[in-house]
Ligand binder design. Structure first.
Ligand SMILES: C[S@@+](CC[C@H](N)C(=O)[O-])C[C@H]1O[C@@H](n2cnc3c(N)ncnc32)[C@H](O)[C@@H]1O
Length: 234
């Protein structure tokens, strides 16, 4: 019987993948889906009032946060866990008409409202993605900055999400994670009960996912601001 060279290569590869697949353990859920249940059928105005209010540190410092990200005109940014689009709009303004911002969220109503408000405010460079809890659903090797504010601790499957974010970034692209500091002496009970992992644990998880920590910016008081890079393949 005659086999072409490609089928000779493909058959053993297929067989080994079949053998390997059941051995890969499924990722265990890191947090209960309850943490995201509020966002599935949200009262839009209530969440605008919550996320875009004076007194919320990331709202008060929003311009400094964007300035520190290294964003430039023409870049492609993914605002992952975009919520009400507070940072989507700021990045859309920074990247300009030659750039693009993907607003990514597992909540369809949030994405629909972000697209509506972006249109109303004249932004033509915002694209919405309703993703699954395991995959950011972004194009591969296309993103300059993946930006997560108050979102990492909402990931039910952080390992899968990090792998998919890594695939979406260009080599040298940035992953920015801003999230609550957890200090038993200084953080509120709300923060201590809500967040899953503190800064050091997050650095460990993200580094294990193949990112390099570049900066731990001392910009915020109740949140940390971490900048990672996707390194070139070795
Ligand atoms: C606390 S809100 C933060 C919203 C926004 N980043 C801000 O800071 O104003 C967390 C958001 O993450 C979203 N989210 C949770 N898991 C996600 C996932 N795996 N992928 C994308 N978005 C997710 C939720 O639906 C929610 O909109």
């Amino acid at each position: 019987m005659h086999h072409s060279l490609t089928s000779i290569i493909r058959i053993p590869l297929f067989c080994s993948l079949m053998l390997l697949t059941p051995l890969l353990p499924a990722e265990k859920q890191a947090v209960s889906p309850d943490i995201n249940s509020y966002f599935q059928n949200p009262d839009w105005q209530q969440w605008v009032n919550t996320f875009e209010r004076t007194g919320r540190e990331v709202f008060d410092k929003r311009d400094a946060i964007v300035a520190a990200s290294g964003v430039k005109a023409g870049m492609v940014v993914a605002d992952i866990g975009a919520g009400t689009g507070l940072f989507t709009r700021l990045f859309a303004n920074s990247v300009g008409p030659g750039g693009k911002v993907y607003a990514v969220d597992i909540s369809r109503p949030f994405i629909e409202n972000i697209l509506r408000t972006s249109r109303e405010q004249g932004f033509v460079n915002v694209e919405g993605i309703v993703n699954s809890d395991k995959d950011a659903s972004l194009p591969a090797d296309a993103i300059d900055i993946a930006f997560l504010v108050d979102t990492y601790h909402h990931f039910e499957y952080p390992v899968s999400m990090l792998a998919s974010i890594r695939r979406s970034l260009r080599t040298g692209g940035s992953l920015i994670i801003i999230d609550f500091r957890r200090d038993p002496h200084r953080s509120s009970n709300g923060v201590m009960g809500h967040g899953r992992a503190g800064k050091e644990a997050v650095i460990d998880e993200v580094t294990k996912a193949g990112f390099r920590l570049i900066d731990d910016k001392p910009l915020l008081r109740t949140n940390y601001y971490l900048l990672f890079r996707k390194p070139a393949p070795e």
